[in-house]
Design a protein around this ligand. Structure first.
Ligand code: SAM
Length: 473
């Protein structure tokens, strides 16, 4: 059994009097992440069938949309081709709750203020059906690379990635967003079962630093939100300072009120703490989630949901700082027409898309606010890399996204060794003479771009997308 440091033991004694043993007991059980299936690139039934063919048994988590555990416990769904191709995301069950409470809608403008590596961003984008404008921000550039990787992998093109200090976002983009998620940096006591290294750095002195940062980020989130909009605040920690007390402090100073967290079937959630002068309003509306209340099937979590009741615009005379820049693509209709004709994709399937020009061509949904292109480190999905006199080559990301609809210039690998070769970036042999770009398939699954060079097909799978190159679980 794990021994807690005196600082951590004090927190547990305070928040779970009489239940300390239950808490300690759950630390010995590593929580398995679950699969959140995505329909963006592949019919979920085919993804499940592929996992079954690999000897795994997906078991539906009741009530939660598209969510499965995988048996046997020892299997590694993160090492499969269908994971590599972005047909599902591995995510803890608790971590799915904030986006469910946020309830993002297609076409909205949504901010994920501390987004990397993107578990919740990819979930939100999926719920928005890849429409509208989703801004995924983080201050940590290393973690932003993982976020970008995950957006590409999951076929998401309604998202811009920004690299801004979160506390400044509200001032720069006041009252722009319909909904905001702040999944805050925190002292991580809820995830101890899976990350015991937290105990190496955990100290009570860190808690007040996190609480100060969380309050700054919350203020920024409120300023960025339109009046009437929804803000979800979540942490994966258990201290009152980072949870109920932060919420209470914000309620006293800003035009927000707490909303009820809807019952999410299948989860046991508790009300908030009532000690330390925490009001009944706060404790009744916020929710705590403990592993031991949920068969140790998830990690510890806290969630609160606010509605903004008035404006914050008079503060600091904030002005929207989205630059107007030239992003339009003159021959957009021609390019989509060529893509449709060359790959046999029904033209109407490309109708919801728009192209923007930022060195390469990038694709975003029609209702996307293109002004973000001037502020972001990436906007939407890279559409084509090379342009010579209107000729272009689609990226592997776009081919994977439209794989299901491709019927021309399509070749299917039959032999597993060749599949591995192609996936690892090596050339493969073709029976037929082929010239120009080809969409290369393994069964129903589009692997990406190949270049026909006579009887040889050159793999154009980017290094980062080859099997085994990501941090697969
Ligand atoms: N929402 C993410 C997900 O679901 O994958 C996890 C977010 S993690 C709990 C908190 C994030 O806050 C970290 O990625 C960290 O880099 C970021 N962060 C810390 N300080 C920040 C700040 N001042 N502004 C913006 N992001 C910050």
């Amino acid at each position: 059994m794990i021994t807690l440091s005196p600082d951590v033991q004090n927190v547990i004694d305070e928040i779970l009097p009489g239940e300390q043993d239950k808490f300690l007991g759950c630390l010995d059980v590593r929580v398995k992440t679950k699969l959140r299936l995505s329909p963006i690139k592949m019919d979920p039934e085919k993804t499940l069938r592929s996992l079954t063919e690999e000897g795994m048994t997906p078991v539906k988590i009741p009530y939660l949309p598209d969510t499965y555990s995988v048996e046997p416990e020892t299997s590694y769904p993160g090492r499969t081709l269908v994971h590599n191709l972005g047909y599902f995301y591995l995510q803890d069950l608790s971590s799915m709750i904030p986006a469910l409470v946020l309830d993002p809608q297609p076409g909205e403008r949504i901010l994920d203020l501390a987004a990397a590596p993107g578990s919740k961003t990819t979930q939100i984008a999926q719920m928005m059906k890849n429409t509208g404008t989703l801004v995924a921000n983080d201050v940590d550039s290393g973690r932003l690379s993982n976020l970008s990787f995950n957006l590409d992998r999951m076929g998401i093109y309604n998202t811009v990635v920004t690299h801004l200090e979160g506390a400044l976002v509200g001032k720069r983009f006041p009252e722009y967003f319909d909904r905001v998620l702040l999944d805050a940096p925190c002292s991580a006591l809820g995830v101890l079962a899976n990350k015991q290294d937290v105990l190496n750095w955990w100290a009570q002195s860190k808690v007040s630093k996190f609480a100060t940062l969380q309050e700054k980020l919350l203020i920024s989130a409120i300023k960025a939100l339109k009046p009437g909009g929804r803000l979800v605040y979540s942490t994966c920690t258990l201290t009152p300072e980072e949870n109920e007390l932060t919420v209470q402090s914000i309620l006293a100073k800003y035009p927000v009120e707490l909303e009820n967290i809807p019952v999410i079937n299948g989860f046991t959630m508790r009300s908030g703490l009532t000690s330390r002068g925490i009001s009944s309003e706060v404790s009744e509306k916020v929710r705590r989630i403990y592993p031991f209340d949920n068969n140790n099937n998830l990690q510890g979590f806290f969630v609160a949901c606010f509605k903004k009741t008035g404006t914050t615009q008079n503060e600091d005379f904030a002005v929207l700082s989205l630059p107007t820049i030239q992003t339009g693509v003159r021959n957009e209709a021609v390019l989509f027409g060529r893509m449709s004709a060359y790959f046999g994709i029904e033209p109407h399937l490309l109708e919801g898309l728009k192209l923007i020009n930022r060195k390469d061509l990038w694709v975003v949904p029609n209702d996307f606010d293109v002004r973000w292109a001037g502020t972001s480190i990436r906007t939407g999905m890279r559409f084509a890399r090379e342009m010579y006199d209107d000729a272009f080559k689609l990226t592997t990301d776009v081919l994977q996204l439209y794989g299901r609809h491709i019927s021309e210039h399509k070749i299917t690998i039959e032999n597993p060794q060749e599949m591995d070769q192609f996936q690892s970036g090596s050339n493969i042999h073709s029976e037929k003479e082929l010239r120009g770009q080809q969409a290369v398939f393994w069964g129903d699954f589009c692997l990406g771009s190949g270049l026909g060079m006579g009887r040889t097909i050159k793999s154009q799978i980017p290094r980062s997308k080859r099997m085994g190159s990501d941090s697969e679980i």
